[in-house]
Design a protein around this ligand. Structure first.
Ligand SMILES: Cc1cc2nc3c(=O)[nH]c(=O)nc-3n(C[C@H](O)[C@H](O)[C@H](O)COP(=O)(O)O)c2cc1C
Length: 201
């Protein structure tokens, strides 16, 4: 940390998704505070429907890598990623917690949570994901994120005893970066995403 006042700025500027970790036995930082700080997020209606399973057990990490089809990343030319992680944090969504909260008396006049145009459980899960990645970054390890869309969900749930009605957003990974083979992002600044005062194409 170079400057206390710019700490968050530096974390944000330096963070990028790293998909290439070293297999090293070197001591790594203590990660035990990460789960509770990851869910230090505002949740819609204080529903508190975002949960974490943190996995540091090596055997389980290897199994998660298989169930998350790490092979497909190796084939794309990346180095080992998931299986060399020091930890994998699963971001979990308990949608039911939102429905239950919004049935309570003080919320009954609001749009039913079943009709939300933007389901807040995904908003909150994204916030937790970002907390988690920045917390990993702050330890000096590098973070990655893998969405759950290409995973063997049932096997993962059965390994970690995750109930059927809990959804997995994905894995936040923590590891020691290997050779930087991250693909260069072309045209990064060509897309207009920032609008000042009014929306402009
Ligand atoms: C919701 C979400 C899902 C993602 N899923 C994957 C994924 O399945 N595999 C992957 O390699 N990266 C995944 N990523 C990472 C993005 O590809 C990554 O954010 C993008 O490459 C920009 O990376 P940067 O943070 O290094 O700039 C995902 C990111 C988000 C936010």
């Amino acid at each position: 940390m170079k400057n206390e006042n710019n700490h968050l700025k530096e974390l944000l500027l330096n963070r990028r998704v790293v998909r290439n970790y070293l297999d090293t036995n070197k001591e790594y930082p203590n990660l035990s505070d990460i789960p509770k700080l990851t869910i230090k997020i505002p949740t819609a209606g204080f529903s508190r429907g975002i949960e974490i399973v943190s996995v540091e057990n090596k055997e389980n990490i290897k199994k998660l890598a298989i169930y998350a089809n790490e092979e497909s990343y190796l084939k794309k030319g990346y180095g080992k990623w998931l299986s060399n992680s020091k930890a994998i944090f699963l971001i979990l969504i308990n949608e039911q917690a939102y429905h239950e909260r919004y049935k309570e008396l003080d919320k009954q006049n609001q749009t039913s949570s079943s009709n939300w145009s933007v389901p807040y459980w995904y908003v909150d899960a994204g916030a937790a994901m970002m907390n988690c990645m920045l917390l990993v970054e702050e330890t000096g390890l590098k973070s990655g994120f893998l969405g759950s869309h290409n995973m063997q969900i049932q096997k993962i749930k059965s390994l970690l005893v995750i109930p059927e009605d809990i959804e997995i957003l994905g894995f936040v990974t923590a590891g020691v970066e290997g050779d930087s083979t991250n693909l260069k992002k072309e045209n990064l600044n060509k897309k207009k995403l920032l609008h000042k005062e009014k929306y402009e194409k």
